[in-house]
Design a protein around this ligand. Structure first.
Ligand SMILES: C[S@@+](CC[C@H](N)C(=O)[O-])C[C@H]1O[C@@H](n2cnc3c(N)ncnc32)[C@H](O)[C@@H]1O
Length: 319
């Protein structure tokens, strides 16, 4: 049972990342349908629903605990709020199921929620000793422990290097595989954090914990977070009504790159190498990019919520 009490790091109330900026670009005071593709704790949705009595929200999340939490929090909005367990890549099917169309705004706030990160048993954080799970949808799919048990060493190293930008990736992967060859596979958060600390060195004051990058990389791999993200942006933009807004918040440079590239391509900028005689990237002008550079949180937001530090927001307006 999850109760809808405020949650957040260091005992601070949960505050949705880049909330004012998100509302500025979504402009929910216009009323209409808004789709929250990553409900989480429902913070952004709550603000959208409060901004006008004429807004409706269709929300979705992979995580049943998030849905339970958001439904409790937003239950008072009655028929103006509906939530579905779904991958946001299936946004078109969700809208069909909700019997809704022509959203005035679509928000995707990528990554992990405070609810997931602060729940020890979910295995997202090395702050708690727990099974190494990390699935956003804990009812299906392989866990992080499964990946470390099954993948070849080179693939583990690639994941840690590409998704975690960890320079000690090969050394970490070698130690993980040595452990499993000795019949002692890594199955808990603490075992992994200690292995990484031993392989990559301890951490100095004011530096992130040495296991941060490896945990992030594994989470991205377990949940296939980058797969189909570009196609999702295109589908979302196609679903928007004219003058509808798309807002994407990312926490990782690879995600931000995909959002940036897709919005540019959908604003008509061809991404093909200049030597190609005809465009093959599918560029078409259906969006006006509203953020020439990504919007990032100010110092006071980062101070209040250190997890916001790597957030980047990009937005577009459907033509
Ligand atoms: C950063 S949180 C969202 C926080 C939310 N905006 C709020 O104000 O509380 C991201 C959420 O997205 C969900 N999620 C991540 N990938 C998803 C996907 N592909 N489809 C649906 N939900 C996803 C996670 O389970 C998590 O609850």
């Amino acid at each position: 049972m999850v109760t809808a009490a405020p949650l957040g790091g260091r005992g601070a109330p949960h505050r949705p990342v880049l909330l004012e900026e998100t509302l500025k670009f979504l402009a929910p005071e216009r009323g209409g349908l808004f789709v929250d593709c990553t409900l989480g704790l429902g913070g952004h949705s709550e603000a959208v629903l409060k901004s006008s009595a004429d807004t409706r929200v269709v929300g979705m999340d992979l995580d049943t605990s998030a849905l339970e939490y958001a439904r409790q929090r937003l239950g008072a909005f009655g028929e103006r709020f509906h939530a579905f367990q779904s991958n946001f890549r299936d946004i078109a099917a969700v809208l069909q199921q909700a019997d809704e169309r022509d959203p005035a705004g679509i928000l995707v706030d990528l990554g992990v929620s405070s609810l997931q990160f602060d729940s020890p048993e979910r295995g997202f954080s090395f702050r708690f000793d727990a099974p190494l799970d990390m699935r956003m949808d804990p009812t299906r799919g392989v866990t992080a422990a499964d990946l470390l048990q099954e993948l070849p060493e080179s693939e583990i190293a690639r994941i840690i290097f590409e998704y975690g930008e960890e320079r000690h990736s090969r050394r970490i992967a070698r130690r993980i595989v040595e452990r499993r060859e000795q019949g002692q596979p890594i199955t808990t958060t603490t075992e992994l954090a200690e292995l990484v600390r031993a392989a990559a060195g301890g951490h100095k004051r004011n530096q992130i914990h040495p296991a941060t990058r490896t945990f992030q990389a594994l989470r991205i791999a377990v949940n296939r977070e980058l797969e189909g993200l570009g196609e999702f942006v295109e589908t979302a933009v196609d679903l928007l009504m004219p003058d509808g807004r798309f807002v994407g918040i990312s926490f990782h440079s690879l995600e931000d790159r995909i959002l940036k590239r897709e919005l540019r391509r959908l604003s008509g900028q061809c991404e093909c190498p200049p030597r190609l005689p005809v465009c093959s990237c599918g560029a078409r002008k259906v969006v006006e990019v509203l953020t020439r550079r990504p919007i990032v949180p100010g110092a006071s937001e980062v101070d209040e919520n250190p997890r916001a530090r790597s957030a980047k927001l990009r937005a577009g307006r459907k033509l």
